[in-house]
Design a protein around this ligand. Structure first.
Ligand code: ZN
Length: 133
């Protein structure tokens, strides 16, 4: 159940239109996809850095998870996603190790991938996601 790599880092921003030019012009990365995930009330923008993606998250609803996050903590790193061969098996194993889960089974996230979150109470304050096909 060892993760193969960091699949992506999720970063909450107020505006994709404002943040994307920074990643493109200053960091020289290319935004290769913009996708709305209605379920999570976010619009996402993706950049590839080696094997790892940067996932910018803009809230589409102030009551959604990213809207609330920015309201409470401001813009910044929101979560880290570990690539897992089997997300459900990885979630189950985490639960067996006493970890509090946000998702007991995987759901569909951006790019059609299976995702599941671990509760930051159980992970030393970091919202962690397992992510895979
Ligand atoms: Zn994510």
């Amino acid at each position: 159940m060892k993760p193969t790599h960091i699949e992506h880092i999720g970063i909450a921003v107020k505006s994709l239109d404002e943040a994307i030019p920074f990643y493109e012009k200053v960091l020289g990365l290319e935004c290769y996809a913009i996708e709305e995930v209605a379920d999570q009330k976010v619009k996402t923008a993706f950049f590839m850095v080696g094997q790892t993606k940067i996932e910018l998250l803009e809230s589409t609803d102030p009551e959604g998870p990213i809207g609330k996050f920015i309201e409470k903590k401001g813009q910044g790193i929101h979560h880290i996603a570990f690539a897992q061969e089997n997300v459900n098996d990885a979630l189950k194993q985490a639960e067996e190790n006493g970890v509090q889960l946000i998702d007991r089974t995987s759901r569909k996230g951006a790019e059609g991938l299976n995702i599941g979150f671990l509760h930051p109470k159980s992970t030393f304050g970091v919202l962690m996601e397992f992510c895979g096909k």
